[in-house]
Design a protein around this ligand. Structure first.
Ligand SMILES: Cc1cc2nc3c(=O)[nH]c(=O)nc-3n(C[C@H](O)[C@H](O)[C@H](O)COP(=O)(O)OP(=O)(O)OC[C@H]3O[C@@H](n4cnc5c(N)ncnc54)[C@H](O)[C@@H]3O)c2cc1C
Length: 447
């Protein structure tokens, strides 16, 4: 019987999984790319019979081990159809494995768009909501707030629909599901009419931005800024809807030859002379960010931006009113400890509070502060001190870590951070009593 099932669902052995940044990976015993719900049910049956766990992976972009498993891995890339476009309600229903890059193009054929997106679109509908992917804009929530309904295949093989009116508790949990409630088969997004964005980037200082944060937040619909550690330099980025025709000031020479290849080379050199990092941060600000730059394009082309080469990141959300204090503490910590170096940028974004149980923005408007240490040519740069200092500051200000990005928190921390944590746990235990969807990352969250 095993053999029969195995042949039907085509599990592959010997596959090595690695996330986008090649910072985490695993060797699933069997790797599946199902094309139907029946196949997924068979995989779940086989896992149960063999005492294996199951992990679904989307685009594999999470910078942590949240999608890793050495048991059975299901890649949803073949369940990627657009199922329904409701033009009247401006809603789209898709299969969980669709890449947002494909969805963006499909939506634009219908004159629609997602109201907000993260930096990349080679990620899946189920994957981005699973970890609470966010962008910026204080009147915009994180991506899961755009979800109006979804369908889960639970551990028992049952299909559960949920929305604001059906299975309400499950919906509040599943909009940010961590991959632990079941397999997300479909997602329905609330869309908006297609729009163009006008992006303006201009230089400023940390003092100016922090002293006028409210003005910046009011002035631009999607406001974010990049701080260049070891300096006062800031690049402010405004993005706003426009009727202007597309135009671009992007240049291969500057964006790639300099912004990518030269940066990677210099950061590699700095692994031998760490004090060079301060100079690199200032030099690149002067080279690439000291003048005003403008672009106009269809929304998703502006929301998405170049994330350069492999990297380690941390990204915590703190209450928005703590932004200034927390950033100044991070700046002071770097100044007081010259041996601790920080690559640019520290990217600061904002999101509206929401009611999603495990959302880092649960019941509070938030500031996300993303720190980065690149891995030039795959080489790890020491970051422990910087990482611990940052985490300490974030915790002190009531921060909650991005679920996709590596952090050192455990159940005890999450119980304090999330008032609705017990409610999420009870939904999870009901839907997956044997923990078939758990992995090492999730054990730290729930045990
Ligand atoms: C270059 C880069 C840029 C990024 N930019 C941003 C950004 O701007 N903002 C931000 O917030 N984050 C950002 N991220 C993080 C990224 O958005 C998240 O990691 C997101 O979850 C990735 O989606 P994915 O499809 O790759 O999911 P994966 O990493 O494959 O999976 C994420 C989680 O979802 C689960 N999952 C996936 N599909 C299913 C399914 N069908 N059913 C059940 N569970 C499922 C997985 O098990 C896992 O728990 C970035 C990451 C990279 C590498």
């Amino acid at each position: 019987l095993y053999l029969l099932v195995f042949v039907q669902v085509h599990g592959q052995g010997g596959v090595k999984f690695q996330n986008w940044a090649k910072t985490y990976g695993s060797s699933p015993e069997l790797y599946f790319q199902p094309i139907s719900v029946e196949e997924i049910r068979e995989i779940l049956d086989m896992a149960r019979q063999r005492g294996k766990r199951v992990k679904v992976v989307g685009g594999g972009h999470s910078p942590s081990d949240i999608a890793c498993t050495d048991d059975f891995m299901i890649q949803m890339g073949k369940m990627n159809r657009v199922l329904k476009v409701d033009k009247e309600k401006q809603q789209v229903t898709v299969e969980g494995g669709i890449f947002l890059s494909d969805l963006n193009v499909e939506l634009s054929k219908h004159g629609l768009a997602l109201a907000n997106l993260g930096a990349v679109s080679e990620v899946t509908a189920a994957g981005v909501i699973g970890t609470g992917t966010h962008n910026t804009g204080i009147s915009h929530g994180i991506l899961p707030t755009q979800v109006v309904a979804l369908t889960l295949l639970t551990a028992s093989g049952e299909i559960l629909e949920c929305s604001k009116s059906i299975n309400v508790d499950i919906f509040q949990a599943a909009r940010l599901h961590l991959g632990c409630l079941g397999i997300v088969l479909t997602v329905t997004f609330q869309c908006v009419p297609q729009f163009h964005l006008h992006e303006v980037a201009f230089p400023s200082t940390l003092t100016e931005v922090l002293n006028h944060l409210d003005d910046h937040l009011k002035r631009s619909q999607y406001f974010r800024f990049l701080w260049f550690p070891h300096s006062e330099n800031v690049s402010v980025i405004y993005q706003d809807s426009t009727n202007k025709p597309p135009s671009s000031s992007a240049s291969w020479l500057w964006d790639y030859a300099v912004g990518y290849y030269l940066l990677e080379f210099l950061l590699w050199i700095s692994t031998f002379v760490p004090s060079l990092v301060c100079w690199i941060n200032r030099f690149f600000f002067w080279l690439l960010f000291r003048s005003r730059v403008e672009n106009v394009a269809v929304s998703y082309k502006i929301f998405n931006y170049e994330c350069r080469f492999k990297q380690h990141v941390q990204d915590w959300a703190i209450p928005i009113e703590k932004t200034k204090e927390a950033l100044l503490e991070l700046k002071a910590a770097l100044e007081n400890n010259p041996k601790m170096v920080a690559h640019y940028p520290v990217e600061v974004r904002f999101a509206r509070g929401d009611e999603i149980w495990l959302s880092p923005c649960f019941q509070r408007d938030s500031c996300y502060m993303n720190i980065i240490m690149y891995r030039p040519y795959g080489k790890n740069v020491p970051r422990l001190n910087y990482w611990l200092t940052y985490e300490g500051i974030m915790k002190k200000h009531g921060g909650r870590p991005h679920w996709a990005k590596a952090h050192s928190c455990t159940r005890k921390d999450f119980e304090k951070m999330y008032p609705a944590f017990p409610k999420f746990c009870s939904v999870r235990e009901k839907l997956d009593p044997t923990g078939i969807f758990l992995n090492t990352y999730l054990e730290k969250v729930f045990y």
